[in-house]
Design a protein around this ligand. Structure first.
Ligand SMILES: [Zn+2]
Length: 323
């Protein structure tokens, strides 16, 4: 039996779905953010199902975002549960703050390089530091490798590394039932656009690789998922759903439309990625600047890959123009 436990978050996305796999070992997939409210509600939801935090025997994390892993340290301490995560995710779970700092450095460099004004970049870095507290760290007892199996008394889940939404996205697939615990890889009501983050190794690229091509990587991952005989996706946010292939096709055509629109804007006149974001969304809130930059760069990467646009360096800032 897999129970959905929707835990509250302070983020715009709303609740995050944690999944309690009532099997041996008793396993929780994702934890919710590091907040008192999340902890209280999670423990109430466990109690309604006849379980306590202290009963947890294993904690698995689907990816590196705070709303999915923030309580990992608190829960592991209280229960003694072993923490099992993708091998490439382990260093980040063990030293969340350090990795968040390194990620912010990458974000600052990218924002300046793509034309976001320095005062906006400074403001955003402060916002990001303020969000740091929702995350958390724990010792990782067990490293999961891409393609490996996660065993239970009554089921086997296949571990799949499908980077894109984040570099560490990990899917858990039950081949017997066709159920897929998907984290934020695929969500029905929102398109989980890839945020550009530092590569962690493995399929997400090696650290220091230059700008990670998050959307290109994400679309490759989605193509692989599309080919699987999935019956139902249990996502990180929102309702469970079937017909994942149709949803993935919708996402592909949406990205194609956006790439074409960006291609037309670049054909009109050469622009920086920041100017492209402004042309599309106007002057967005400061807190959205990195989000929209990631989104534009994702589509620019598709155009670069096809040889339709080129990057020109103008005094340390990248200007995009038609090839
Ligand atoms: Zn996420």
């Amino acid at each position: 039996m897999i129970h959905t436990l929707p835990v509250p978050t302070p983020f715009a996305v709303g609740r995050v779905n944690c999944y309690l796999i009532d099997d041996d070992p008793l396993t929780l997939v994702d934890t919710g953010p590091n907040s008192g409210k999340a902890l209280v509600e999670l423990s109430d939801m466990l109690r309604e199902r006849g379980r306590r935090i202290e009963d947890l025997e294993r904690i698995v994390i689907t990816h590196q975002h705070s709303d999915h892993l923030g309580l990992v340290g608190v829960l592991a301490d209280r229960s003694g549960a072993e923490v099992a995560v993708l091998d490439h995710l382990a260093p980040l779970v063990e030293r969340f703050g350090e990795h968040a700092d390194a990620n912010d450095e990458l974000a600052v460099a990218l924002m300046l390089r793509h034309g976001i004004p320095r005062d906006v970049v400074t403001a955003l870095a402060a916002v990001s530091r303020a969000y740091r507290g929702w995350g958390g760290s724990a010792n990782v007892a067990s490293l999961l490798r891409d393609g490996e199996e996660l065993g239970f008394a009554g089921r086997t889940l296949q571990v799949l590394h499908r980077p894109g939404h984040s570099p560490s996205d990990t899917l858990l697939y039950d081949a017997a039932s066709g159920e897929l615990i998907g984290g934020d890889h695929l969500i029905k009501h929102i398109s989980s656009n890839p945020l550009i983050s530092r590569p962690l190794g493995g399929r997400s690229g090696e650290p220091g690789d230059g700008r990670p091509r998050a959307l290109v990587m994400y679309m490759e991952s989605l193509r692989e998922t599309r080919a699987m005989p999935v019956s139902r996706v249990l996502p990180g946010h929102g309702e469970a759903f079937g017909d994942h292939a149709a949803l993935i096709d919708e996402r592909f055509s949406m990205h194609e439309r956006r790439a074409r629109r960006i291609g037309r804007l670049i054909a009109e006149q050469p622009r920086t990625a920041h100017e492209l974001a402004q042309a599309i969304w106007g002057n967005v809130a400061v807190t959205q600047a990195y989000l929209t930059l990631s989104e534009v760069l994702g589509h620019v990467d598709l155009l670069l890959e096809r040889g339709e646009v080129v990057e020109v360096d103008r005094g340390g800032v990248v200007v995009l123009s038609s090839a």
